[in-house]
Design a protein around this ligand. Structure first.
Ligand SMILES: Cc1cc2nc3c(=O)[nH]c(=O)nc-3n(C[C@H](O)[C@H](O)[C@H](O)COP(=O)(O)OP(=O)(O)OC[C@H]3O[C@@H](n4cnc5c(N)ncnc54)[C@H](O)[C@@H]3O)c2cc1C
Ligand code: SF4
Ligand code: SF4
Ligand code: SF4
Length: 445
């Protein structure tokens, strides 16, 4: 019997949930395994149809082919190795000052959804919020109202699975409602593969918002922070990873106490060094959500950082529909957005790009060397790195090894304990060490 449950999911699975949605006999259920979502398959129910294997973006993804199909490439499109196919790039923010202040960056994702809903382009949006009943966990919902969309604002630096919310949408297939979807690049990949296989999803999910993604963080990341802050004794009521201005802060509220830590403080100490990163993220190259209608990220540009404490987003628009909505929102004064060139987008993400499109091929080679399973990318050849100088090769293999070592350390109880006991000053030094060796100047395929 062959199904996704038989894969070495550690190296393959992004936790996207597409397999759960496609399975015709409901044999698959996404569940937490070592603090990350993976599919559990009921062998008794499985009818060996292979659908889950064919749809799995963790196993195989070809962004080049899928973007031809879903972005309706035409003469307006430009193609770039780092950005993917796109029409225009912008910097922008929501003109609703409260939304902008409380969102992750410029509040563009939430405001786009509010605009689509208000103007009847969509009937609902699939978004991800923190779960009120279980405040450390997330819950993806089909938001029908303004309040629900606003409630789901800001980034969640822990496992999420918005595609599984599509199961409910699928159950109502007879309706002809239109939906928007917000997700990480791998979740947009999973959605596109679902849409390739199912006309209803193709016709009814009409707009996708992709969030730029450096890497995901397992639940153990949040657990370590809470333990360090001695929050274990208290019942945590609410966690918010970003918001309250830009770059924002982690806010934790417990029964009797609350605290906040600035983003750069906790990200650099605990998350930047890949301690709690799923292995699959280490071989992922899709930083910019190349298959989304619009991709959004933080505007990490010196000129913005110096003067902006409310939040600005970089926006990569990839479809004519995205262009039309941006134009309408600007005309109605809902958002401020101005065009920028591709180099500015790259400048805003330059360190991350070096670790992703720059160096991911070395990490794939390491997996090949140790005979581990890895994702298949037909649109990316490993040949390019063969021309690197010996110095670059040694540095890149060493950097790749460090990243895997960090992820391995964070996945063991002893490692967790060590991270909890190490000073944040040393943890940050480790992050800078990883940054120094983990990246490589990128070239095009
Ligand atoms: C794990 C992660 C890594 C990121 N890495 C980078 C990066 O390297 N560089 C960069 O520039 N930007 C990165 N971002 C994106 C950035 O943090 C903002 O999400 C983005 O700029 C949009 O901001 P906004 O204010 O427009 O969104 P908001 O208006 O705050 O809305 C955010 C929307 O995203 C949805 N959402 C939030 N978190 C998740 C999640 N984990 N999974 C699925 N949906 C979610 C929410 O439901 C909401 O609808 C990352 C985001 C995440 C979640
Ligand atoms: S990557 Fe997605 S489709 Fe593949 S096994 Fe994991 S959850 Fe299922
Ligand atoms: S092979 Fe088919 S029936 Fe079996 S788990 Fe996968 S999708 Fe479900
Ligand atoms: S790095 Fe890639 S695989 Fe990991 S969460 Fe981000 S988009 Fe998904």
């Amino acid at each position: 019997m062959k199904h996704v449950g038989k894969l070495k999911l550690n190296y393959i699975c992004t936790g996207c949930g597409s397999c759960e949605v496609i399975c015709p006999v409901n044999a698959i259920k996404l569940g937490l395994d070592f603090d990350f979502y993976t599919p559990k398959v009921d062998n008794e129910l499985c009818v060996s149809c292979n659908k889950c294997l064919n749809i799995c973006p963790g196993l195989e993804i070809n962004n080049k082919k899928l973007s031809q199909k879903f972005l309706a490439i035409n003469v307006q499109h430009k193609s770039d190795y780092i950005l993917g196919n796109y029409i225009s790039n912008y910097i922008g923010y929501s003109n609703n000052s409260s939304l902008r202040f409380n969102a992750a960056s410029g509040g563009i994702a939430s405001h786009l959804l509010l605009f689509l809903l208000k103007n009847n382009y969509i009937d609902a949006a699939i978004v991800t919020k923190m779960d009120e009943k279980n405040p450390l966990m997330t819950k993806s919902i089909i938001a029908h109202s303004r309040e629900e969309i606003i409630n789901a604002k800001t980034s969640k630096y822990c496992p999420t699975s918005p595609i599984t919310a599509l199961k409910k949408v699928k159950a109502q297939k007879k309706n002809n409602k239109k939906y928007a979807f917000v997700g990480l690049p791998c979740q947009i990949q999973g959605l596109r593969k679902l849409q390739e296989n199912d006309e209803w999803f193709k016709n009814n999910i009409i707009f996708t918002i992709g969030l730029l993604c450096s890497h995901s963080v397992k639940y153990s990341g949040t657990r370590v922070i809470l333990d360090r802050l001695d929050f274990r004794k208290n019942k945590v009521r609410q966690i918010q990873y970003r918001g309250q201005g830009w770059p924002g802060q982690l806010n934790i509220e417990a029964e009797k106490t609350k605290t906040s830590i600035p983003l750069d403080e906790y990200w650099e100490s605990y998350f930047a060094s890949y301690f709690f990163t799923p292995y699959r993220c280490i071989t992922c190259h899709d930083l910019m959500a190349e298959l989304a209608d619009i991709s959004l990220g933080d505007a990490w540009l010196n000129e913005i950082i110096e003067k902006d404490d409310k939040g600005s987003s970089i926006m990569i628009s990839r479809t004519e529909f995205a262009e039309k909505i941006i134009k309408e929102m600007k005309n109605k004064n809902s958002i401020t957005a101005y065009k920028i060139n591709t180099e500015k987008i790259k400048e805003s993400q330059k360190e991350i790009i070096m670790r992703r499109k720059g160096a991911f091929k070395y990490r794939i080679e390491l997996l090949d060397f140790f005979n581990k399973p890895r994702p298949k990318y037909e649109d990316h050849s490993l040949e390019e790195i063969k021309n690197d100088s010996t110095k670059i090769k040694l540095k890149s293999y060493f950097g790749s090894f460090l990243i895997y070592l960090s992820a391995f350390l964070g996945s063991t109880l002893l490692g967790e304990l060590l991270i909890k006991k190490t000073s944040t000053r040393l943890l940050k030094k480790w992050s800078f060490f990883i940054y120094k060796f983990g990246g490589r100047k990128y070239h095009s395929d």
